[in-house]
Design a protein around this ligand. Structure first.
Ligand code: HEC
Ligand code: HEC
Ligand code: HEC
Ligand code: HEC
Length: 147
């Protein structure tokens, strides 16, 4: 075997040996406990506090608003997009930490004129020209922007 090939093989062998040592020390204990992931990740994730609920849960108590919303153009916008995480409130309605976004700036996050987002999916307005200074909800019901 030519000398340069021997050297090359030696370099490979050293590289593989280093990798095996690293693998031995860096692999977490619970790796492959159930599959190709850390077994402990499951308990870590299930230990996290829940933040969101399904829209149906909000509708159980707020059926008038939910009904209104189903018939309008905001049908696809989840309650929690506007009111923030609602798990604690749904669990105990006295816990009233929900947001009520009445300011123009909030609606404009989705509706302001922006060349980079598709005009035909979400209608866009000119934030300056469209009834400047007035809150959007004086004219549009947030739960049903048009009948
Ligand atoms: C178990 C019943 C129940 C569930 C579930 C529930 N709510 Fe409520 N919610 C209430 C009650 C009761 C009030 C207080 C009375 C009122 O203002 O209507 C309230 C008040 C509110 C308010 C008004 C707060 C204010 O300051 O005036 C908002 C906004 C709201 N809920 C949104 C939601 C959203 C969003 C969800 C789903 C994530 C939800 N609620 C789930 C019962 C519920
Ligand atoms: C596009 C944003 C948006 C969405 C989506 C939305 N809301 Fe609201 N909601 C608002 C705003 C803004 C107000 C304040 C309205 C006002 O002051 O006239 C409000 C007010 C409320 C109130 C308290 C005042 C009232 O009218 O009784 C409740 C309760 C409520 N929303 C529940 C819900 C529930 C339940 C859903 C989902 C079915 C939902 N909202 C979806 C923006 C939204
Ligand atoms: C998360 C994004 C989002 C937010 C926030 C939002 N909207 Fe919308 N809005 C939509 C979508 C999606 C539609 C349905 C597609 C459409 O008609 O533009 C819609 C439709 C509308 C329409 C009807 C447009 C038409 O087709 O004639 C009006 C008016 C409107 N929204 C007003 C508001 C107001 C007022 C607020 C603030 C309280 C608001 N929106 C907040 C996403 C949003
Ligand atoms: C003084 C009442 C008034 C206020 C305040 C107002 N709007 Fe409107 N909006 C209208 C009317 C009327 C129309 C329909 C005619 C038009 O397109 O101008 C409309 C149309 C729209 C449309 C549909 C545009 C289209 O291309 O079909 C959207 C989206 C909208 N408004 C969002 C908003 C948002 C977001 C705000 C707050 C930043 C807001 N509006 C404030 C009265 C109002």
């Amino acid at each position: 075997m030519p000398l340069q090939v021997k050297r090359l093989l030696l370099a490979f062998a050293v590289f593989i040996a280093i990798m095996l040592v690293l693998k031995y020390f860096l692999t977490p204990d619970s790796w492959r406990e159930y599959g190709a992931y850390r077994g402990k990740a499951l308990t870590e994730i299930s230990g996290k506090e829940a933040k969101y609920v399904e829209m149906e849960t909000c509708a159980e108590c707020h059926d008038t608003i939910a009904g209104l919303k189903t018939q309008g153009l905001h049908v696809s916008v989840q309650c929690e997009i506007c009111h923030g995480p609602g798990y604690k409130h749904a669990d105990d309605p006295d816990n009233n930490d929900l947001e009520i976004p009445r300011e123009r700036q909030f609606c404009l996050r989705c509706h302001t004129k922006n060349m980079a987002s598709p005009q035909d999916i979400i209608k866009q307005i000119d934030a300056v020209e469209h009834n400047e200074g007035e809150e959007c909800i004086t004219c549009h019901n947030p739960h049903q922007p048009w009948l």
